[in-house]
Ligand binder design. Structure first.
Ligand code: GDP
Ligand code: MG
Length: 731
């Protein structure tokens, strides 16, 4: 055995179709030694990890899952760019062994690129259960690629895989050889012509696989054309030759060259499989197929789907409510402890009312998010999600989206932040952006307290219908904007994609938890940063300038963050020593009056007065304007801000009768309340959502657009409601 240890790490790139088990194997290999980032310039996640094997340090890169290596989707472009430019030492193509024909298509392209390749026939267990008998040795010989069986979920075959990697890197294996996929006489003739032109400049010919370039040019691949153009004079000649060849082939086959190439590749795969794959005749009555017929049934499919979704939300919100309470209690406890430990003053305020309360108000959503993502992982890993997309496909086409985009929209009713993260399951960048842009219009659960307060106060018995109409308004706007964006901003680039139906699989708990954690982690890590900064900002705005006329050390001038008014007032109530001269009620009123005056003089209050003219046509006074501003951090805050500003009393929540009375007394009308609800529905949901949009679009431009359009839309719709209502005599 050779013990030569390479100085730099060996780079292994994992490729494979989506759902072939890439991530599972990546996790098996690298364990916790992982690093997650983004590929430069795009939102596709880049996962890297390290594994040590026989004294070698191996760097594993999880490339995006793709079916092919054309330049259709961003994933394909990313994967290909890495293979061509970074030249990994070896590429491991993870293949679903139970679905060889389709999975080997990618392999043919990798072979063509001339990379050092290993095939991992994953899901070997599934293949066996289906009665597929694969002659791996012959397959390897035919393709000129070493083949290893693996079972990702059982951590089997990993050592063999790594052994093989080292063999291939060190040129010790006997199977590897470079084969050509033969495309038949006519195509080969044209490929040769193009190659000859490229070779006129040997410096280019030596850097790239000319056969691969030629084939890609015949496929009319824009990214390769671009690159060839950069070769200068030779590039121009090459492109001219490619154009001529395509034309000739088009005439000959009466079809596009890329179609012919695809057919030939499948022909090649079909031929290979004939020799190496045996499917036993007793391939039992296919249970998966029976289940499928039921779940995607034209009539039954839809209600069954709705039931699953309903069950998911039930689970998310009922089960999630318990840990939510615990966390809430924990956050309050922490706030109380810190208050007790630190002397009253700025630092205590900042910690308790700014940081603990602000970040705490986001962390309490973690249980819901974990549960929601767990359910989605179950749907995804069992293969059901693909069916759901199928069922909704026709409906979604109305707004220019594929069925798959339905899932993130649906999740938006829970919380827009993870819903927007879920757009990652969409293959096309266009669909992803479009879904991200309309997602905030789906009314999340954080907005419900605002509706409950306002509708309950002003609409009495018909509050339920009013709230329902707000939800409906959100859906109608999402559809309208989706349609509008798809005919304006995203015209003409609807990338067709195969909606594949993966076989049903029983997922392992481990893979479910990994998938759940993968997503939730992002939520925690990224959100805490933004929320932290946002909370501090609101705290600063509402705490400064300090009022000169309020004696320090009084309970009322402790916390001033509107988010924590509720707790503050309760605390004030319990901690304030009751003066014998004042009834408890009077004291509370005095405190609140002080607090109101102080808040009106704070930067936040001044800001409210400053922006009020903008909101005047919608019937908002300065207090409502402030609530709308603080609601930017999180919609729940609208309720507590209104509570403080309308001086309702200590008990500020959507049930509070006192707050209701003062709201009614303040001159707000049912029409004004409805207008406010509509505004709260439409403008950007919260800071967390903004952060997620920024992360998922990887662009400040789209983030700005999303904020801007929702504000403008919110204003316009509210204006129409308010002024229209007044014209017909409602307000
Ligand atoms: P990726 O999309 O390629 O990253 O695929 P994942 O690693 O997410 O795997 C998709 C699903 O297949 C998960 O539910 C895995 O638990 C499951 N899976 C992965 N490898 C195997 C395997 O060898 N056998 C079986 N039965 N399931 C597997
Ligand atoms: Mg994956």
């Amino acid at each position: 055995m050779r013990t030569r240890v390479k100085k730099e790490a060996i780079t292994i790139a994992l490729t494979g179709n989506p759902n072939s088990g890439k991530t599972t194997i990546f996790n098996n290999l690298t364990g916790t030694r992982q690093h997650v980032g983004n590929w430069p310039g795009v939102t596709v996640e880049k996962k890297m990890g390290t594994v040590f094997h026989n004294g070698h340090r191996l760097q594993v890169v999880d490339l995006p899952g793709t079916y092919s290596l054309t330049a259709y989707s961003i994933e394909e472009i990313v994967a290909r760019r890495f293979l061509v430019d970074s030249k990994p030492d070896v590429v491991v193509d993870i293949v679903d062994a139970s679905n060889l024909e389709r999975n080997l298509y990618l392999a043919t392209q990798l072979i063509e690129m001339g990379v050092k390749l290993i095939l991992a026939l994953n899901m070997a267990d599934v293949a066996e259960a289906r009665g597929h008998e694969i002659d791996a040795e012959s397959l390897g010989t035919l393709l000129g690629v070493p083949v290893v069986f693996t079972i990702g979920t059982k951590n089997q075959g990993m050592k063999e895989l790594l052994d093989k990697v080292l063999e291939v890197v060190e040129d010790r294996d006997t199977v590897s050889r470079h084969i050509h996929i033969s495309y038949g006489h006519e195509l080969e003739k044209e490929i040769k012509k193009i190659q000859d032109v490229i070779w006129r400049d040997p410096s280019v010919g030596e850097r790239f696989s000319t056969r691969w370039l030629a084939v890609k040019l015949l496929e009319n691949d824009s990214a390769v054309q671009e690159r060839v153009r950069s070769f200068g004079e030779i590039g121009k000649q090459t492109l001219a030759q490619a154009e001529a060849s395509r034309e000739r082939l088009g005439e000959f086959y009466k079809d596009d060259a890329e179609m012919v190439l695809t057919d030939q590749r499948y022909g090649f795969i079909g031929g290979a499989l004939k020799e190496v794959l045996k499917v036993s005749a007793k391939s039992k009555l296919d249970l998966s197929r029976q289940v499928d017929l039921f779940l995607t049934n034209r009539i039954l499919g839809f209600p069954v789907f709705i039931f699953f979704i309903w069950a998911m939300f039930q689970l998310t919100f009922t089960v999630g409510a318990y840990p939510m309470e615990w966390i809430d209690a924990g956050v309050s406890w922490l706030g109380a402890v810190v208050s007790a430990l630190l002397p009253a003053g700025l630092l205590q305020d900042l910690l308790v009312d700014g940081i603990i309360a602000g970040v705490g108000s986001v962390i309490i959503f973690l249980p819901n998010i974990l549960i929601l993502f767990f359910c989605i992982a179950v749907f995804e890993d069992t293969g059901y999600l693909a069916r759901a997309a199928f069922i909704m496909d026709r409906v979604m086409h109305v707004i220019g989206l594929h069925g798959k985009s339905f899932i993130p929209l649906l999740m938006g009713f829970g919380c827009n932040a993870p819903a927007i993260m879920a757009t990652r399951t969409l293959e096309s960048e266009r669909d992803r952006l479009l879904s991200i842009l309309i997602n905030p219009l789906i009314s999340c659960s954080a907005r419900l307290p605002v509706y409950i307060l306002l509708a309950g106060t002003f609409f009495g018995a018909s509050a339920g219908n009013v709230i329902f109409s707000i939800y409906a308004l959100g859906i109608a706007l999402a559809i309208t904007m989706g349609k509008l964006f798809s005919v304006t901003l995203f015209r003409g680039d609807i990338a067709p994609f195969v909606m594949e139906l993966p076989p049903y699989r029983a997922p392992t708990l481990r893979s479910l938890l990994i998938h759940m954690w993968d997503r939730s982690q992002i939520f925690l890590r990224k959100m805490s940063g933004v929320i932290l900064v946002g909370s501090i900002l609101v705290w600063v705005l509402s705490s400064f300038p300090r009022s000169p006329y309020l004696p320090r050390g009084q309970a009322v001038e402790r916390g001033t963050t509107s988010a924590t008014q509720e707790r503050l007032l309760t605390l004030a109530e319990s901690q304030q020593p009751v003066s014998p001269l004042m009834s408890e009620d009077n004291l509370k009123n005095l405190d609140l009056n002080n607090e109101m005056t102080r808040l009106e003089g704070s930067f936040l209050g001044r800001l409210g007065h400053l922006v009020q003219p903008i909101f005047a046509p919608l019937g908002f006074d300065w207090r409502t304007s402030v609530a709308v501003l603080t609601g930017f951090v999180a919609k729940e805050i609208v309720v507590s801000t209104l509570g403080v500003l309308y001086a309702a009393g200590a008990d500020v929540n959507e049930e509070s009768e006192a707050l209701r009375r003062s709201l009614r007394a303040s001159g707000m009308t049912p029409l004004g309340a409805y207008t406010l609800m509509a505004f709260v529905l439409i403008y950007i949901p919260c800071l967390a959502t903004v952060a997620v949009i920024r992360r998922e679009t990887n662009s400040w431009k789209w983030t700005g657009f999303s904020i801007g359009y929702s504000l403008v839309l919110a204003w316009m719709v509210s204006f129409l409601i308010y002024q229209g209502g007044r014209i017909i005599g409602l307000g």
